[in-house]
Design a protein around this ligand. Sequence first.
Ligand code: NAD
Ligand code: DAU
Length: 349
Amino acid sequence: MKILMTGGAGFIGSHAVRLFVNKYPEYRIYNLDALTYAGNLENLRDIEGKPNYTFIKGDISDATLVSSLFSEHGFDAVIHFAAESHVDRSISGPARFVMTNILGTFNLLEAARQAWAGHSADKLFYHISTDEVYGSLGASGFFTEQTPYDPRSPYSASKASSDHLVRAYYHTYEMPVVITNCSNNYGPNQFPEKLIPLVLQNIRLGKDIPVYGKGENVRDWLYVEDHAVASDLVFHNGNHGATYNIGGNNEWKNIDLVMLLCRVMDEKLGKPAGTSEKLIAFVKDRAGHDKRYAIDSSRIQDELGWQPSLQFEEGLRKTVDWYLENGEWLDHVTSGDYQHYYENQYRKR
Ligand code: NAD
Ligand code: DAU
C-alpha cells in the first residue's frame, strides 16, 4: 500500500509518520510537507534512511504539483495532517489558513477523485481535524460527533470548511473518507508557539510567561503518541464516512496547567519552589478566545478500543524531560522568523 501522509514534518504528523514507517515495513510512506516554519526534518531523523519512507518537499496549495504526485506514485490512501495550525497566527494573518487548510485539502480531494475514479472502493482519504470546529463550551457538557459546527476563529473556520469538503466528497462522489477531531495535543517536537512548549522555553530562558486574560480557559490535553495510535486504528478499522472524536478526558484551566509546569520545571532544574511562577504575566486576551473544549471520545473507545495510555503527570514529565534534553532543537526552531513572530505577537499585549 502506498500512503501519502501530508504534514509529516510537523508536530503530530512526525509522530504518526514514525509509527506507520516502523510498524508497517510493507507499506510505502510518502511524506509531503512544505517545510513551513512549523515543519522540521530533524523531527524524523531516526527514520529518514528507512527503505519504506520517502520525503517530498511541496505545497498542497499547488494543485498541479498535488495531481502530478498522484499520477507519478499511484497513492492508495491519504492521511492528511498538513495545516496551518496556530490560532494566534490565524488572527494576525488568515489568508494562509484559507490557502493551506481549505484550498490544500480541496486539491488533495480533487487529485484523489481523479486518480481513483471508478476504483475507489479500496482507497481511503483520512482527514485529521480538530475539536475547535465545534466552537466553545460553557462550564459543562462535551463535544460529541453530533455537536453542530460553530467555528469561531479563522483557523477553526478553515478546518471546519475542510471537514465539510471531505464529507461532501463522501456523499457526492462516494469517496471512502474518515475524519477525526482531536483535542489539544502535547509532547515532544511541538513548536514553541503553543502553550506548553512556550512556557517551558520561557522558563528555560528566564522570560515572562504570557497567560491570556485571567488564564481561566479550559483545554483537554492528550499525549501526542496517543493521537498517533488513534490514527493507526482509525485508518485501519474506522467506518467509511464516519467521524471519531479523540480526547484526553483531561481538562485543565490554563493557569493551573501553567502553575503545574512551573512546579515541575523548578523541581527538574533544582530551583527553589516558586521560582518559575514569578515569571507568570497576565496579558491581553486572545480575540474571540474559546472558553472551554472537552471531548466525549466514547465512540472511538467503544468501536475501536482506543484509550489514552498515559496519565497526564507522566506525559508532562516525559515532555519536560524531552525539552530539557533537546535545547538544540528548540534553539534551531526558534531562530530567525520565529523571533520576529514572537516580538510582534507579544509586544502589543
Ligand atoms: P504543525 O503546525 O506542527 O505542523 C503542520 C505541518 O504541515 C508542518 O510540517 C508544515 O510544514 C506542514 N504544512 C503547512 N502548510 C503546508 C502546505 N501548504 N503544504 C504542505 N505542508 C504544509 O501542526 P500539528 O499541531 O502537528 O497539527 C497537525 C494536524 O492536526 C493539523 O491538521 C491540525 O489542525 C490538527 N490538530 C492539531 C492539534 C494540536 O493540538 N496540535 C489538535 C487537533 C488537531
Ligand atoms: O483543540 C485543538 C487545537 O489545540 C488544535 O486544533 C490547534 O492546532 C492547537 O494549536 C490547539 O489550539 P489552542 O489555541 O487551544 O492551543 P494553544 O497552545 O495556542 O493555546 C492553549 C491555551 O493557552 C489557549 O486557551 C490559549 C492559551 N495561551 C496560549 C498561548 C500561546 C496563553 O494563555 N498564552 C499563550 O502564550
